[in-house]
Ligand binder design. Sequence first.
Ligand SMILES: C[S@@+](CC[C@H](N)C(=O)[O-])C[C@H]1O[C@@H](n2cnc3c(N)ncnc32)[C@H](O)[C@@H]1O
Length: 230
Amino acid sequence: MNPVQKAAPPTLKKRRSPRAEEARLNHARRVERDALLRRFGYDPSAAVDYVLARAGALREPVLDIGTGKGRFLVALARRGLKVTTVDISAEEQRFARLEAAHVGVAARIRFIVGDAAKLPWRSARFGAVVSMNAFHHLDEPDCVLAEMRRVLRPGGTLVLADLATSGFRIMDRIHRSEGRAPHPHPPSRFARWRTRLRRAGFRVKSDRGCHQRVLVAVAPAASALVTAKK
Ligand SMILES: C[S@@+](CC[C@H](N)C(=O)[O-])C[C@H]1O[C@@H](n2cnc3c(N)ncnc32)[C@H](O)[C@@H]1O
């Protein structure tokens, strides 16, 4: 090089903040996990889309029970909904926070650490109360469902989605392949809950698809509740 010629300036690499870098790595791990789930026959994005399609239009504010790593939560927020989410594990919520930040929906989400069997809100606070793939992890699913109903507004929608038997089988195969303990698989109470909700005046639809069971229940309107109490 001619000594009077100046060396070209180094190309400027965009620096990510440590937090953004952590979110990028978390997202990359999720993409890898999703690919593994798909190889075993469970497509998590298709499952979330299936549940959302069954749920139909949801009214805000939405409460999500069992944040986990936030697949369902982030999909709700990406639809433009304001969502509050509750999980007993701050560690699980940390992954969901990172993912929400990575896809740019964190501003629409409020994270609460707590037990869904004792929700900290007054009654009739939410327009929709939803939960996906969390119920088989709960110690007291009946109490949680009672709490979900309590905080739901009249006319609001309750969405309860969990793995179907075929979905549990896939998770078991994955856990076995990883040398982990079997996935929790308590007996399904969906049929009982469907009957109970219908008796309480909810309009209930239930479906199976994408290795999911889904129950969508619309609460009676306030006027119907008054009539029922008379
Ligand atoms: C498989 S994850 C849920 C998946 C998540 N909904 C998603 O779409 O990615 C189950 C979550 O339920 C949470 N959980 C278990 N018992 C709970 C309770 N009593 N109250 C709130 N969350 C609970 C666990 O900590 C775990 O994060």
